[in-house]
Design a protein around this ligand. Structure first.
Ligand code: NI
Length: 218
């Protein structure tokens, strides 16, 4: 099978799997990450675009958030899919390792990527968590989890472990401080960092306005 054909089949597979997803990890999230990953990869040197495209398309095939924090299920499902299309074991293993490393696991938990392709895809995924889309996805996710939008009495926390990060149920606004505003300093590539910085400024303006409207000031 030609590379183009394999990508096309993978797109269709993920589209049908994630079609009814409503927490911000739907097919269109994957679509944006895929497009952004290609853009970043083209700006960086010596990147295997094929690996980047696969990892971007398959990175949320089975998100740990919906499997009780199990981080092994995503890579396993991606592997099965690619091997089923006769993609080489080498490529399959590389893609699976990117998927197992990619997730944000808490403010004080390091999540380093071991390959350049992984760095590109992690940046693209994180960029979709910031800016205008990031704001929209954060509220969609909070609503899906039944969280309060904002509660001035509940303070943000910097999580030291994946467990405490994933078990937290604080208001959606706290998530900006516990994750989203930290992302610009955790980007891997130059291109990713540039885009993240612009989106960061936009989110800060949004939050200023949010708190002012909350108090009837603006
Ligand atoms: Ni994602």
């Amino acid at each position: 099978m030609k590379k183009k054909e394999i990508i096309k089949k993978t797109v269709e597979h993920i589209k049908s799997l994630l079609q009814t997803e409503s927490s911000g990890h739907d097919w269109w999230h994957v679509y944006r990450v895929w497009k952004m990953a290609i853009r970043i990869a083209k700006n960086e040197k010596n990147i295997d675009l094929f690996i980047v495209e696969f990892a971007a398309l398959l990175h949320d095939i089975a998100d740990h958030k919906f499997y009780g924090g199990d981080l092994t299920i995503g890579p396993k499902k991606a592997k099965e899919w690619l091997l089923g299309l006769n993609v080489s074991v080498e490529i399959t293993d590389h893609v699976a390792s990117i998927i197992s490393e990619i997730s944000f696991k808490g403010a004080n938990v390091a999540t380093e990527m071991s390959t350049k392709e992984g760095m590109v895809v992690q940046d693209a995924d994180r960029l979709d968590a910031v800016g205008a889309i990031g704001i929209a996805r954060t509220f969609a996710y909070g609503g899906n989890k039944g969280r309060e939008m904002y509660n001035p009495a509940v303070k943000s926390q910097m999580h030291d472990s994946f467990e405490s990060y994933t078990n937290n149920n604080s208001p959606t606004i706290n998530h900006f401080y516990e994750k989203l505003l930290l992302l610009k300093d955790r980007m891997n590539t130059k291109t990713g960092k540039q885009i993240a910085e612009e989106r960061h400024v936009y989110m800060q303006q949004y939050l200023d306005r949010f708190f002012n409207e909350w108090e009837g000031i603006e």
